[in-house]
Structures are given as structure tokens and as C-alpha cells.
Design a protein. Structure first.
Length: 238
């Protein structure tokens, strides 16, 4: 760690807006108030600080904003809703498609979405299990939000190494909540449920970002499993 001191930041006025403590690349650290920042000197790292630190701080400040549910829905729809003709996992054709990787790859959406999903978890959840592959970034973000351990559910047990279908945690005897991105009929959830039960888990529910099914909130293969979505399809199509 390197403490920066006695720098002149007059050529970089945007820096004056950022107070408190900044960690750069895990090594550089800047601390102090606006008054002390004006007294800092680290000419050799100022270009790096300015072009990396300032813009990263701007992003961080945006990410701290609390979105209303309707605002989050609009932002997710704007980035992830595609128009066209798409073949779904269920075999059905849809003219609208929610591209999960577009919103899951955007940190400014992933964080508030993980917070919203965290609020839907059953209170007695011991392990959250993300379904391959869209549920993996979501379950990781939710684990960071809640402190709950995360497991990762493969579509099938791998044929090498540990030869396990569910990685990361021993779920036997544990109360598990599934994490999924987009659910239409719940085929992937049914398969994951069967794998988890085989390993001795008590599956409480599935929490998803988007329910795009046309019927009530029911997993066809596991009709008794509660489904808790952040958004219904209609909320993103307004």
C-alpha cells in the first residue's frame, strides 16, 4: 500500500469532487478530505489516478443509486429486450427475448437486481444455488449481498474431477433456494430440483429475475415449488 501525499491536483479539478478513501488497483490508496487532497503530491501517478480513478468513482457513485422497481424494470428492458424471432428452450417461438447476459454483465444493473432478489429469499435459506449458466453471476452477486454461501448447479454431473452436478457446497440436509435468471416453463428448474433432491437438499423455492411464462407462477415439473420473481413479463413490456 502506498500513501499519497503532497500532490498538486490543480490540473485535475474533477478530483476535488471525490472525498473519503479511494483504493486503486488494490495497491494505491488515497485518503483525506478535500483540504488535504489539495496538498497531495504524486505526480508520477496523477495521469493514472485521473483517467482511471475519477471515472471509476463516477461509475461507483452511479451504482450506489437506489432504483425504484419501475426504474430498474425500465433499465433492464432497455438493455435486454430484443425484438425478432427466437426459439426458446421449451421449443416455442417468441418475438421478444430477454437477453440475460446483457443485464447480468452490467454492474450498474446486476447490483440492484441482486439486492431485489435478495429481498425475496425465504428467511430460513441456508444455501443459494445458481443454475447454469445464467444463474451463476446472479447467485454470486446475491452471495456478496447476503453473505450466504453459494452453490452452482450444472445441467448434468461432469464426467471428470469431482464428478458432481452441484459444485461449491455440500447441500445434503441444507435448506436451499434456487437462483435463476429467466423462467418460461421451468424446465431447467425441474432438472436442478431433481439433482438437488438426489443430493439430500431441502429445496425451499426458486427466486428469479424475470418470469416470462404465460401462466401462473408454477414450475410445470415441480408445481409445489414456490416461485418468487422480481419482474413479471408484463412489467418489462410496458
Amino acid at each position: 500500500m502506498c500513501e499519497l501525499s503532497n500532490a498538486r491536483l490543480e490540473p485535475y479539478p474533477a478530483v476535488y469532487h471525490h472525498l473519503g478513501r479511494l483504493k486503486l488497483g488494490g495497491n494505491w490508496q488515497l485518503s483525506g478530505t478535500l483540504q488535504s487532497i489539495r496538498q497531495l503530491r504524486a505526480d508520477s501517478v496523477l495521469p493514472f489516478f485521473y483517467f482511471w480513478g475519477v471515472f471509476k468513482l463516477e461509475d461507483a457513485m452511479i451504482s450506489l443509486k437506489t432504483f425504484s422497481k419501475s426504474e430498474l424494470a425500465r433499465r433492464v428492458a432497455d438493455i435486454a429486450m430484443l425484438e425478432g424471432e427466437f426459439l426458446l428452450r421449451s421449443g416455442k417461438i417468441s418475438h421478444r427475448y430477454f437477453d440475460k447476459y446483457r443485464f447480468e454483465g452490467d454492474p450498474l444493473l446486476l447490483k440492484p437486481l441482486a439486492q431485489a432478489m435478495s429481498s425475496l429469499l425465504p428467511s430460513d435459506t441456508e444455501i443459494i444455488a445458481g443454475l447454469e449458466r445464467g444463474g451463476i453471476p446472479l447467485v454470486t452477486a446475491i452471495s456478496l449481498e447476503t453473505g450466504l454461501p453459494a452453490a452452482f448447479v450444472r445441467k448434468a454431473a461432469k464426467t471428470y474431477g469431482t464428478c458432481r452436478a452441484i459444485e461449491g457446497q455440500d447441500i445434503a440436509g441444507k435448506k436451499v433456494t434456487f437462483i435463476e435468471d429467466v423462467i418460461s416453463t421451468g424446465g431447467a428448474v425441474t432438472e436442478a430440483y431433481q439433482l438437488a433432491v438426489q443430493e439430500g437438499a431441502d429445496v425451499l423455492a426458486v427466486v428469479c429475475a424475470i418470469w416470462r411464462g404465460e401462466r401462473e407462477l408454477t414450475i410445470q415439473g415441480v408445481p409445489t415449488l414456490p416461485v418468487h420473481p422480481v419482474f413479471l413479463r408484463a412489467e418489462l413490456e410496458r
